[in-house]
Ligand binder design. Structure first.
Ligand code: FEO
Ligand code: CA
Ligand code: CA
Length: 605
């Protein structure tokens, strides 16, 4: 693999000069410590049981799993029951958005992806009762908590009137092409439109009309069968099996027993739109955005007013998608914008290029019933079926298999978008996932970040140019492609990029969910971390390191970019020795941290 190609400008047609000029290894080296965008001093890797940030910065706790959401909420205790958990911040904080309400009032909306049974219950999950299931379901979903700015710092406000816990049993409405389809009907819901709950909400998105998008990811892991069923192709493609991943919901909630409720899995794997400004609003599942293991929903308003949402499907060998709304965004017209995600067109990405290059061209292929072979002869009978089984449709049109697409982020200049491809042990090892132009590394243990520029700066265009922004790696113990691209060095190495997001100045923030053994091919990387990158030079600096056995996920900013919120998920997972954040011999708890600068400046500048 030619290192120079990686940095070569990706677009002969001149849409976007990616890495501006050719002699890049040199350019990258010279730009180190020289970025105009980044003004902080990088920190070393860490294995400490704490959050570390650069000199001049402070990291403080905002809210943890089990903290009160209401004045009447019980205090956190491991012995809390489901009623308590319904009134407390959920577990495993993940994607989140800060919605400003005024100068000193805001609302923070955050996903609670899953639970750690080893800490959720005193019995560590060995003896799950009906109330334990209810507690687990209440610890999942979305937490909405108001923030108030006091003494110059944004703090959780249990008295906030918008505070709300959305759970795995909160009533929701299905909208779009799949609403009411037979495949969504159950004995409890003959309408196929009234779904209970959302869970395994990984990352998120937000709309310019003030709503929040919670994305359902590994929904399959909660289904099991009390009486073994023969698994059809659709179950198999989405990973639904006779056995669950240990949550045991199916033992006390028939919805999760596929021998009793075979269509229930079709009711999850969607993007859910939530209005955080109305605590009584009914969340809406948006079936036009397709059903898969959603990571996040990165929305941008295209130059012509169409709403474009980029969507990753986080599974080895799955795909990258794009939704384009049918109607256009009207600034300031809440009523007109409210249902823009109900109707539109879904596309899936196909990457092409010259072998050996780390860049090329690409195409968005339409997933519409009757188009591109998505016809009854090929097993697709309606647009509803194309959306419910979007993965099958994507395979049918020849979409590129990717190394686990996680978050997508659109640069504030609206000219490029980035997607993390976290890792993929099957790449090149499974017949169905041979090496390809955009996923060129055998078993990809470190992951990479791909970037694309839509043709003519038009996000609705069917063509794009792409390159690989960074291949993570370990230049200390590896060679060639495994060492990583030239912007990876011994001082900033990391693996498994997952959460990404931009601030207004165009700094790219990268969060990791990877191997934290700090040994072998991961030696020198330490605990999971957050880095900052300058997209124009490729330089990457380590900004934050997390406590033991956590992942860093979830990123939000105050409108002045002087406060950053970062999620610390599952510290001490699998009983690793973490006591974050309470210390002593406490059990570890997922926590949202607030990062500020001692001098009150903009984060990262
Ligand atoms: Fe929930 Fe793909 O991470
Ligand atoms: Ca993730
Ligand atoms: Ca991940």
């Amino acid at each position: 693999m030619n290192r120079r190609n990686f940095l070569r400008t990706a677009s002969a047609a001149g849409t976007v000069a990616f890495f501006a000029t050719a002699p890049v290894a040199k350019a990258v080296a010279e730009s180190m410590d020289n970025s105009k965008l980044m003004g902080f001093t990088a920190i070393p890797a860490s294995t400490a049981d704490t959050v570390i940030v650069p000199e001049g910065y402070v990291a403080e706790r905002v809210v943890s799993w089990g903290d009160p959401l209401f004045p009447t909420s019980p205090k956190f205790a491991q012995s809390n029951d489901s009623k308590a958990q319904e009134m407390q911040y959920g577990d495993n904080t993940d994607g989140m958005t800060f919605f400003p309400l005024s100068e000193d009032r805001a609302v923070l909306v955050a996903n609670n992806e899953y639970t750690n049974n080893e800490y959720l219950y005193k019995h560590q999950g060995k003896n799950i009762t009906a109330d334990d299931v209810r507690k687990s379901q209440a610890a999942h979903g979305v937490s909405i908590i108001e923030l108030v700015k006091k003494d110059g710092k944004w703090q959780a406000n249990v008295d906030g009137r918008l505070n709300r816990k959305i759970t795995a049993y909160t009533p929701m409405e299905m909208t779009g092409p799949a609403a009411g389809h037979d495949l969504l009907k159950t004995a409890a819901d003959p309408s196929g439109k009234k779904i209970l709950g959302t869970y395994n909400n990984c990352a998120n998105g937000q709309t310019p009309w003030g709503t929040y998008l919670a994305c359902e990811e590994n929904f399959n892991g909660y289904f099991a069968a009390s009486k073994e069923v023969e698994l059809n192709d659709e179950y198999k493609r989405y990973g639904v099996k006779n056995k669950d991943w240990g949550y045991d919901w199916w033992k006390h909630d028939d919805r999760f027993d596929i021998s009793k409720t075979p269509n229930e899995p079709n009711r999850f794997g969607w993007v859910v739109e939530i209005d955080p400004m109305d605590p009584n609003s009914t969340p809406k599942k948006r079936s036009a955005l397709g059903r898969f293991k959603h990571e996040n929903a990165a929305m941008t308003i295209n130059g012509d007013g169409h709403v474009v949402v980029y969507l990753g499907d986080d599974e080895r060998g799955e795909h990258l998608y794009k939704f384009v709304s049918k109607n256009k965004y009207t600034p300031g017209d809440l009523a007109a914008n409210r249902n823009l995600l109900e109707d539109g067109t879904l596309y899936v990405a196909k990457f092409t290029g010259k072998e050996g290059d780390l860049n090329g061209q690409g195409e968005w292929v339409e997933l519409s019933f009757g188009q591109n072979g998505l016809t009854p002869e090929n097993g697709f009978n309606s647009q509803a079926e194309v959306m419910i089984f979007a993965r099958k449709a994507a395979s049918h049109v020849g979409a590129t298999t990717m190394d686990r697409p996680e978050w997508v982020a659109v640069h504030p200049d609206n000219k490029t978008a980035f997607c993390t491809l976290t890792n993929n042990k099957y790449r090149g090892a499974k017949e169905t996932q041979p090496l390809n132009i955009a996923n060129p590394r055998e078993k990809n243990p470190y992951g990479h970040i791909i970037r694309w520029a839509p043709k003519g700066g038009d996000h609705t265009a069917s063509e794009f140019d792409w390159d690989i922004f960074v291949m993570a790696g370990n230049p200390e113990v590896q060679e060639g492609l495994m060492a990583g691209t030239p912007n990876v060095n011994k001082d900033n190495m990391f693996n498994s990029p997952d959460g990404i997001g931009f601030d207004a100045a165009g700094r790219l923030w990268i969060q990791t969910d990877g191997k934290y053994s700090n040994e072998g091919k991961f030696a020198g990387m330490g605990n999971n971390q957050m880095l900052c990158a300058d997209p124009s030079t490729g330089e990457i600096r380590r900004f934050l390191t997390g406590p033991i056995a956590c992942e860093i996920t979830g990123l939000a900013f105050s409108p002045d970019y002087k406060t950053m919120f970062v999620g610390i998920q599952h510290p001490g997972e699998s009983l690793a020795p973490s006591h974050f954040p309470d210390g002593g011999d406490s059990i570890p708890r997922s926590t949202v941290m607030r990062i500020t600068r001692k001098d009150g400046g903009v984060i990262g500048a």
